[in-house]
Design a protein around this ligand. Structure first.
Ligand SMILES: NC(=O)c1ccc[n+]([C@@H]2O[C@H](COP(=O)([O-])OP(=O)(O)OC[C@H]3O[C@@H](n4cnc5c(N)ncnc54)[C@H](O)[C@@H]3O)[C@@H](O)[C@H]2O)c1
Length: 362
């Protein structure tokens, strides 16, 4: 199986490393007009400045598309025209319309396609999902993800919603086992770039499970955390370290029947699981090779799933742009007076004018 990589940037260099070290793959080469700036390719003769040059050097069975998101469609068009299957980095494209175009191109070429939502290959999340599917948590209540950290200066074409939150929008469906039914988003733009750099997403799956995600490029430390809360406790995955921890609800009984309805969750045992750690990109490549080998159960993220995720990302941006904001809770400083706690002074307010210093601005 001859495989190539398009784009030798931050992620493409890792794909190149794996293609050169995977026994089932014969490395066809890498394409990057900027050259191999990270020194990822051992044989410089296999670095090409265009897809045409790569294809002229020999046939290519598949290509991993790791060019900037806005260039996915053009790159996919070029390699699929030569009969190569494609593993496209996430997000599938820069817009849902472009994603649909990309899918049409792959289907017309009659080749295989998949999207690199590599978090599904993280060992902590694989283990978490198996435990959720084995009913360890009982009924699920909430999936909460946090993906924050400093801005990687190279991202120019999309904002944090399409670049990073697409991981989360894919994960919540995959972990919860149901499509997204509704969502809303709030964004901020603090760095002055054309796109947003912080997003808060909240929503629900069709199963009724709630989810929320906080994603930003503004935090001075990197956090990658996924929390699934259910009736028996909570599983927490740290996908940077691939750690998975189970916080079990305490088994606190009550002999006093009258207090049963007031009983809440208490802290129980905490278990950190020892899990085998395989490099997620390697697992993703193995799954893609399974697909190319004809497996009907390859576990790749399909192009259709990649498009669904991108459509959800666009829904988040639309929600944020529409200005729909949660109701603002009045603060004490906004209040007319301490008695009525309203910003406007209602006719029913009997407060003495002497109390008006509690009004906002006084
Ligand atoms: N799965 C993940 O966790 C993950 C992580 C990082 C990036 N990505 C995705 O991978 C893609 C690339 O991101 P990056 O961070 O590596 O970007 P990057 O800017 O570091 O690298 C992109 C590379 O592509 C090259 N390039 C540009 N146009 C090209 C073309 N037409 N043909 C061949 N090469 C071309 C550039 O010279 C550059 O070296 C994006 O879609 C991004 O969203 C995914």
């Amino acid at each position: 199986m001859r495989g190539a990589v398009l784009g030798l940037g931050m992620i493409g260099r890792h794909h190149a490393r794996l293609l050169q070290s995977t026994p089932q793959v014969s490395f066809a080469g890498a394409v990057d007009p900027a050259g191999d700036i990270h020194g990822a390719v051992a044989n410089p003769a296999l670095v090409f400045s265009s897809v045409a040059e790569l294809l002229a050097s020999g046939p290519v069975d598949f290509a991993i598309v790791a060019v900037p998101t806005e260039e996915h469609v053009a790159a996919v068009r070029e390699v699929t025209a030569a009969g190569a299957s494609v593993l496209v980095e996430k997000p599938i494209a820069a817009s849902a319309a472009a994603g649909r175009e990309l899918i049409a191109i792959v289907e017309a070429a009659g080749v295989h396609g998949a999207v690199g939502h590599v978090e599904r290959c993280n060992p902590a999340l694989i283990e978490l999902r198996e435990r959720v599917n084995d009913d360890q948590l009982g009924e699920l209540f909430l999936i909460a993800t946090e993906r924050v950290g400093p801005f990687p200066d190279r991202i120019r074409d999309v904002g944090v919603v399409k670049d990073l939150a697409t991981h989360d929008l894919d994960l919540v469906r995959w972990l919860g086992g149901a499509p997204i039914a509704s969502l809303s988003g709030q964004t901020q733009n603090r760095m002055g770039r054309p796109h947003e750099d912080l997003v808060l997403i909240s929503g629900a799956l069709t199963s009724g499970v709630s989810f929320n995600s906080i994603v930003d490029w503004l935090s001075p430390t990197k956090v990658r955390r996924t929390r699934v809360l259910g009736e028996r406790g909570m599983l927490v995955a740290d996908t940077l370290t691939a750690d998975l921890t189970f916080y079990e609800n305490g088994a606190v009984g009550s002999e006093w029947g009258a207090t049963q309805s007031l009983r809440g969750v208490s802290e129980g045992d905490v278990t950190r699981y020892a899990i085998a750690r395989r490099e997620p990109l390697r697992v993703q490549l193995d799954r893609f090779l399974d697909l190319l080998g004809g497996s009907a159960d390859s576990q790749v993220v399909t192009l259709a799933e990649g498009l669904e995720t991108l459509a959800s990302a666009e829904a988040v941006l639309e929600s944020a742009a529409s200005g729909a904001r949660p109701h603002r809770t009045p603060r004490a400083s906004d209040a007319c007076c301490r008695r009525c706690a309203r910003q406007d002074r209602p006719a029913s307010c009997r407060a003495d004018r002497a109390q008006w210093p509690y009004r906002r601005g006084m």
